[in-house]
Design a protein around this ligand. Structure first.
Ligand code: PEP
Length: 254
């Protein structure tokens, strides 16, 4: 399948896997995916497994991502982790503004944009999550919500930084629920997000930005979703915790 942009498929392990389990998973993924060149593949373990996973993937085609970081570069922020600390483990990507953090940690678009700027300052690529809740979907507010989140979370980025940013469209009602957006819903939302980026930045940047879909992606629905023109990859939760399902999502997307 010829795509305009290289696919990027990332696994968000969330608060799962101790170090031994993380190493098991990564060994399996390395074995299964050794031949894959067509997709940028990213794993995002919890902070506590970054060091060990990092050592295991140094010589592989897998890249490392973190699930969050501080907006500050260092100092008296107990419990926080700075972007530069992630760089020590060769982390290349960082998920920002996941809906679980927006919901449980009350992360705002303004905070997410500060984190995105802090990530870019050390050449870490943010994966910025946006998406509407079920109530917003049912209230016909999807576009309004996406417009607010995109404007706010990308505020202050230069065109250059935007080009190096990944967006994950994750309808909240599809995360961990087994409900997936239809291909039309996903394509429609992605095209809309790209049009917002074109307005906020420019057409060239909008054409370059990769927009992942996230929300109950599985081996069985990956091919159809990835075949949509504005769907440039996936952010995978539950199905990223097993070698078989994550590897099959990637293989079925090629
Ligand atoms: C996620 O949490 O980013 C996600 C998409 O989860 P799941 O694939 O389990 O729906």
């Amino acid at each position: 399948m010829e795509k305009e942009r290289k696919l990027i498929i990332a696994g968000n392990w969330k608060m799962n896997k101790n170090v031994a389990e993380a190493l098991d998973l990564i060994q399996g993924l390395k074995r299964e995916l050794v031949q894959v060149k067509e997709v940028d593949m990213v794993v995002c373990p919890p902070f506590t497994a970054l060091s060990e996973v990092s050592k295991q993937i140094l010589d592989s085609n897998l890249r490392l991502g973190a699930q969050n970081m501080s907006e500050h570069s260092g100092g008296a922020y107990t419990g926080e982790v700075a972007a530069m600390m992630l760089k020590e483990f060769s982390v290349r990507y960082v998920i920002l503004g996941h809906s679980e953090r927006r919901q449980y940690q009350k992360e705002s678009d303004e905070l997410i944009s500060k984190k995105a700027l802090a990530a870019h300052a050390v050449e870490l690529k943010p994966i910025i999550c946006v998406g509407e809740t079920l109530a917003e979907l049912e209230g016909g507010k999807t576009e309004q919500v996406l417009a607010t989140q995109i404007r706010g979370s990308l505020a202050g980025l230069t065109k250059e930084q935007m080009g190096e940013t990944v967006i994950a469209y994750e309808p909240v009602w599809a995360i961990g629920t087994g409900k997936t957006a239809s291909t039309e819903q996903a394509q429609g939302a992605h095209a809309y997000i790209r049009s917002l980026i074109a307005k906020q930045f420019d057409d060239t940047v909008a054409r370059r930005v990769r927009i992942q879909y996230g929300g109950s992606v599985k081996p069985a629905n990956a091919r159809e979703l990835m075949s949509q023109p504005d769907v440039d990859g996936a952010l995978v939760g539950g199905a990223a915790l097993e070698v078989r399902s994550f590897a099959d999502i990637i293989k079925n997307s090629i």
